[in-house]
Design a protein around this ligand. Structure first.
Ligand code: ITT
Ligand code: NA
Length: 215
């Protein structure tokens, strides 16, 4: 049984369309999230936390809205900014910009514990010590998710959709959907199937579902 681990019912509604063969269950667990400038490491670490909690295969979904004219803000901080500023104020800030282009990104992290703790290779060990010496975020070293022998491997799947920030329209979706326009419609004006057909989450889920079916 695969568990799609999220506290967000909007994500579940969209993911169900890809994962509805009965072998997936939702797990409402708020796994601890690290702070990072990129979604990949957040999803990877979240998948490990969720796997440890669930004790079986898990899929986690880390997503965010990246506004071009704000250097990608709120990006990985989208959830915090939605709760604090709110989406109307994000729109107001973007309305003052010349460049209102934005993108949604989604990274899915899958972890099932496979491939863990196999080779106590001395070279891996050296790398790991170097990474530890570099500090908790591995400063000065690129994130190499899943390469060291003592870290649970995670498989990542990414999706992206371009659009622009507009005044809120539409009743559907969740989060920033009313202020994100793609192809003349906001995501909140689209039904779930239409949003999935173009969205960051739909793209990432499609890649995951394909890989999962032939693994
Ligand atoms: P979980 O971590 O429990 O899955 P969450 O809502 O906190 O739920 P994230 O940490 O990934 O999820 O935060 C994502 C933020 O970006 C959050 O504010 C969402 O509302 C927003 N977001 C993500 N995908 C979105 C989408 O498809 N449409 C609108 N907003 C989205
Ligand atoms: Na979260």
């Amino acid at each position: 049984m695969l568990r799609y681990v999220t506290t967000n019912p909007g994500k579940v509604r969209e993911a169900e369309r890809y994962l509805r063969d009965g072998s997936v269950e939702r797990l409402d667990f708020d796994y601890p999230e690290i702070q990072a400038a990129e979604l990949g490491p957040i999803a990877a670490q979240g998948a490990r936390e969720a796997y440890r909690h669930a004790g079986g295969p898990v899929l986690v979904d880390d997503a965010g809205l990246f506004v071009e004219g704000l250097d990608g803000f709120p990006g990985p901080y989208s959830s915090y900014v939605e709760e604090t500023l709110g989406i109307e104020r994000v729109h107001d800030i973007a309305a003052d910009l010349d460049d209102r282009r934005a993108a949604f990104r989604c990274v899915l992290g899958y972890c099932d514990g496979d491939g863990f703790a196999a080779s106590p290779d001395p070279i891996d060990r050296g790398d790991r010590d170097a990474a530890a010496a570099a500090g908790p975020n591995g400063e000065g070293k690129p994130a190499d998710e899943g390469e060291s022998a003592d870290v649970l491997p995670v498989k990542l799947f990414e999706g992206y959709v371009p659009g622009r920030i507009v005044a809120p329209r539409g009743e559907g979706g969740f989060g920033y959907d009313p202020i994100f326009e793609h192809d003349g419609e906001t995501f909140a004006e689209m039904d779930t199937d239409r949003k999935n057909a173009v969205s960051h989450r739909g793209r990432a889920l499609e890649k995951f579902a394909e890989w999962y079916a032939d693994r």
